[in-house]
Design a protein around this ligand. Structure first.
Ligand code: PSU
Ligand code: MN
Length: 309
């Protein structure tokens, strides 16, 4: 057995993140699948840049995470971000294949699950995204349940999302999170939000009204030896939301298209997001960008609160 492999050799921190770590400053991790598989270019690049800027304005440092030619990057330099946003054929990495991309010197974008793994290893406690993966509609047939849910149960990172994407089976997603002991905390309202819409028709298991309270909750879990992540659901701002009833019509059409095109496995989520983008003539993308920006702001506030908690 070769015991001489230094895993640190495969990890590079951006200058900004390395400085932040040295200072003990607040850092917010960001995923890259949303860039390569979640939005078309150039909207994806605009989103990635504005989200980083929002985190800086809120007093934290952004760390966009991706595997580039076999190196895990914690924080991307501006040119790397530009290149990644235009890269076709990047792998979509989750727990199962995250280390495969590094071992085989490939380029891959990290999903929520893989970003949590990388963030935890890099000592980053907060991560902002759009929506998590979950239990797909029809999972009783397809068994399609995102590895994001398992990761939330085992890796101690706070994930700030806009709820579960409404393309999923949201009630089943909440059930699985409860089974796995993942706290689901909605920010500022009692109802669990559904990504493009503020309403889901489902009551959130827990609710909190401030970043400080969220930071305190996670700190208390740690004190009691309760490991694992926490899902924060931050409703999309009212001005940007697409109401639930309207969204249901678009989702129904996208799901029908996915079925007739026989889309399966990892391709399902990117296909549905793209179909909804087409069906709404780009309006879903505007909402998607607005909600990620909103999540970045809250994640930065939580990261700052954790440094003083
Ligand atoms: N949210 C978005 N766009 C995305 C995703 C989430 O707004 O592209 C990605 C995330 O990376 C998430 C992944 O982890 O979709 C879930 O994929 P799957 O259902 O195959 O696990
Ligand atoms: Mn899946």
């Amino acid at each position: 057995m070769n015991t001489n492999i230094n895993p640190a050799a495969n990890v590079v921190f951006s200058q900004e993140v390395a400085d932040a770590k040295a200072r003990g400053a607040a850092i917010v991790a960001l995923e890259s699948t949303i860039i390569t598989h979640g939005m078309p270019y150039p909207g994806n690049l605009e989103m990635a840049k504005s989200v980083e800027a929002i985190i800086r304005e809120a007093g934290a440092v952004p760390a966009t995470i991706a595997v580039i030619d076999g190196t895990l990057h914690i924080g991307l330099e501006a040119e790397q971000l530009e290149t990644l946003a235009q890269t076709k054929g990047a792998m979509k990495l989750s727990r199962a294949d995250f280390a495969f991309a590094i071992a085989e010197r490939r380029t891959g974008a990290t999903t929520v699950a893989a970003t949590m793994i990388a963030a935890a290893r890099a000592g980053i406690a907060v991560f902002a995204t759009g929506g998590i993966g979950g239990v797909h509609r029809g999972a009783e047939q397809s068994f399609d349940i995102s590895a994001d849910l398992e990761e939330l149960s085992r890796t101690s990172v706070i994930v700030v999302s806009a709820g579960a994407k409404a393309i999923l089976d949201v009630p089943k997603t909440l059930e699985v999170l409860e089974t796995k002991g993942v706290p689901v905390v909605t920010y500022g309202q009692e109802e669990f939000p559904a990504f493009w819409s503020r309403a889901s028709g489902l009551k959130s298991p827990l609710s909190l009204d401030s970043a400080a309270a969220i930071a305190n909750f996670q700190k208390t879990r740690t004190e009691f030896g309760i490991h694992g992540g926490m899902l924060i659901a931050n409703p999309v701002p009212e001005t940007d939301e697409i109401p639930r009833d309207e969204m249901e019509i678009y989702i129904g059409r996208a799901l029908a298209d996915a079925e007739s095109d026989e889309i399966q496995g990892k391709a399902v989520t990117p296909y549905l997001l793209d179909a909804i983008f087409r069906i709404t003539e780009g309006r879903s993308l505007k909402t998607n960008i607005a909600l990620v920006e909103n999540n970045a702001r809250l994640a930065a506030e939580i990261a700052v609160a954790l440094t003083v908690a």
